[in-house]
Design a protein around this ligand. Structure first.
Ligand code: IPE
Ligand code: IPE
Ligand code: MG
Length: 236
């Protein structure tokens, strides 16, 4: 697309503000999450439209397990519905689905659905949609460190061999390029344990709107903002 010469290869999104969106309308929080799922669909379509190769969405953090049980249950239910509804579109749109996070903490039904769709879409090539579920950046880094320590203790690797490349290969995002653009909605200026290693040089765009109000044009506007940035990677 000529008007988009410099499309981020990987966009990562902290989808925040569903609860406040609902509160503003006098609705229960789950209605905010329901509306937020619609934004995921629209933003996925917009990413395909402009040629983004990877879209990672933070749908549920390790810390979100600490929310009231009713909200966690509602979120898992919506996730199941999203996965069942979206399976056909992923096929039609040639999208590969991946998931990162402590997936063994998810309900068996959700994990089963996820695994089935990941298997069915494994060779899709138009775009990769990565769902961060029960995900925490610190947990991911600790687990990579543990796996390297285990190999070192078993004599499979030497500690001196451990460098950035080897470390990154033990993260769940191994094989996925680092995000170029990180978007957070609802105006919050924090990272909340998302992709701590991977966002080292991501351009950050904070949007005031709540996630359910973030749609195609907002994604395009965030990409335009990204295109106005001058990335330096520490050099001049
Ligand atoms: C984002 O919206 C969705 C999840 C974290 C699961 P929130 O639920 O955090 O909504 P706010 O931030 O309370 O408004
Ligand atoms: C970050 O949002 C997690 C997700 C978007 C899934 P939170 O609402 O959980 O983060 P905090 O509590 O504002 O830091
Ligand atoms: Mg929030």
């Amino acid at each position: 697309m000529p008007e988009f010469p410099d499309i981020p290869r990987h966009i990562a999104v902290i989808m925040d503000g569903n609860g406040r969106w609902a509160k503003e309308r006098g609705l229960p929080r789950r209605e905010g999450h329901r509306a937020g799922a619609e934004s995921v669909r629209e933003v996925t379509d917009a990413c395909i439209e402009i040629g983004v190769q990877y879209l990672t969405v933070y749908a549920f953090s390790s810390e979100n397990w600490n929310r009231p049980q009713a909200e966690v249950t509602a979120l898992m239910g919506l996730l199941d519905r999203f996965l069942s509804d979206k399976a056909k579109d992923l096929k039609k749109q040639n999208i590969r689905l991946l998931a990162i996070g402590q997936l063994d903490r998810l309900p068996a039904k959700t994990r089963g659905l996820l695994e089935k769709i990941m298997e069915q879409t494994a060779d899709h090539s138009a775009m990769t949609l990565v769902l961060a579920l029960s995900y925490g950046g610190r947990e991911e880094i600790v687990s990579a460190a543990r796996s390297l320590a285990t190999d070192a203790a078993a004599g499979k690797i030497q500690p001196a061999q451990i460098d950035g490349t080897l470390f990154a290969s033990r993260l769940q995002t191994a094989g996925i390029p680092d995000p170029d653009l990180l978007i957070r909605t609802s105006g919050e200026m924090r990272v909340s344990n998302f992709l701590l290693w991977q966002i080292s040089y991501a351009e950050i765009v904070i949007v005031k709107k709540f996630w359910p109000d973030f749609r195609r044009n907002d994604l395009i506007e965030a990409v335009r903002e990204y295109q106005r940035r001058h990335r330096r990677f520490g050099a001049l």
